[in-house]
Design a protein around this ligand. Structure first.
Ligand SMILES: *[C@@H]1O[C@H](CO)[C@@H](O)[C@H](O)[C@H]1NC(C)=O
Ligand SMILES: *[C@@H]1O[C@H](CO)[C@@H](O)[C@H](O)[C@H]1NC(C)=O
Ligand SMILES: *[C@@H]1O[C@H](CO)[C@@H](O)[C@H](O)[C@H]1NC(C)=O
Ligand SMILES: *[C@@H]1O[C@H](CO)[C@@H](O)[C@H](O)[C@H]1NC(C)=O
Ligand SMILES: *[C@@H]1O[C@H](CO)[C@@H](O)[C@H](O)[C@H]1NC(C)=O
Ligand SMILES: *[C@@H]1O[C@H](CO)[C@@H](O)[C@H](O)[C@H]1NC(C)=O
Length: 236
């Protein structure tokens, strides 16, 4: 008994933060590690080992909210978060009843970073109350889609969770109500914007340091060529 408890705790310590979608719904519990998913379900693209569900939740055609708990299991205090949409049921699943979208290639947010309080599991909710529809996409009431939440861990691997939706006109009473009970940001979870700094434009060739450094860079390059050639001659 004691040893199995210890094993369970050690296993949890190896896993990194997992997510639960608390609004508008969830495909179901995929915080499971077993023989079928020896690394844990949530690492499996596209939806953390869960097949498409038929108990869909309704979501506005104009875009809506999503709330999630990012701190299940220990591992990392910070992570990048992505929210994407997938359409249709042309996915590669063999069983036609389980087919979902062929891809999740329609981003709804600019990815951002969550700043958790500790490396241990932490409670707390993050809510994005109004996600826009992906650029260039319009949805009609009655159409199906899947919202995919991706949490990118510090080491670059990703955890996936999904919720299957049916679009409804805004204000449709079947859309679950969003309020301060299910949509809030816990104070212990911070957020940060993610920026990129261009070091080298595409097609530019070399790094773009300041002029002095560039001079050195070129000097070093030209010094290197005869050396390299010398090395080749030496080998011949
Ligand atoms: C669909 O059913 C599963 C299994 O009962 C449940 O875990 C999940 O929360 C349900 N999803 C929605 C959106 O109601
Ligand atoms: C592992 O868990 C998943 C999800 O509950 C289930 O579909 C699968 O059959 C389980 N595998 C084993 C070997 O129990
Ligand atoms: C949407 O999904 C539900 C069940 O998941 C299905 O009954 C319905 O036919 C689908 N609607 C469309 C337009 O594909
Ligand atoms: C992604 O899926 C959509 C269907 O929802 C399809 O029209 C599109 O071609 C797919 N994109 C890629 C890159 O496969
Ligand atoms: C918030 O909405 C949920 C349904 O999504 C409902 O169960 C709950 O009672 C509401 N809370 C308040 C304070 O209105
Ligand atoms: C929660 O924080 C995110 C990230 O800063 C922000 O976009 C969102 O609007 C906040 N949600 C609420 C309910 O204030």
């Amino acid at each position: 008994m004691l040893s199995s408890t210890l094993v369970a705790v050690a296993g949890a310590a190896l896993a990194s933060a997992h997510t639960i979608i608390t609004y508008p719904g969830w495909r179901g519990n995929n915080l499971i590690t077993n023989e079928t998913f020896p690394y844990g379900m949530q690492w499996m693209y596209p939806c953390g080992g869960m097949h498409t569900t038929t108990n869909r939740t309704f979501w506005p055609t104009t875009g809506g909210g999503i709330a999630f708990q990012p701190g299940w299991f220990s591992g990392h205090a910070t992570a990048f978060v992505y929210v994407n949409l997938g359409f249709g049921n042309e996915g590669p699943e063999l069983d036609p009843d389980l087919r979902g979208p062929p891809n999740m290639s329609y981003p709804m947010i600019t990815p951002f970073q969550i700043l958790g309080p500790t490396k241990g599991p932490y409670p707390g909710t993050v809510c994005l109350p109004q996600l826009p529809m992906p650029q260039g996409v319009t949805a009609k009431a009655g159409e199906n889609a899947t919202i995919q939440l991706v949490e990118l861990a510090l080491h670059g691997a990703a955890l996936y969770s999904c919720v299957d939706i049916t679009f409804a006109e805004p204000g449709d009473p079947r859309i679950p109500l969003m309020n301060e009970t299910n949509c809030f940001n816990s104070t212990d979870i911070g957020a940060a914007d993610v920026y990129t700094l261009t070091m080298r434009e595409s097609g530019e060739g070399r790094d773009k340091p300041n002029a002095a450094a560039r001079g050195l860079h070129q000097l070093a390059y030209w010094a290197y060529v005869p050396l390299a050639l010398g090395g080749v001659w030496a080998l011949l």
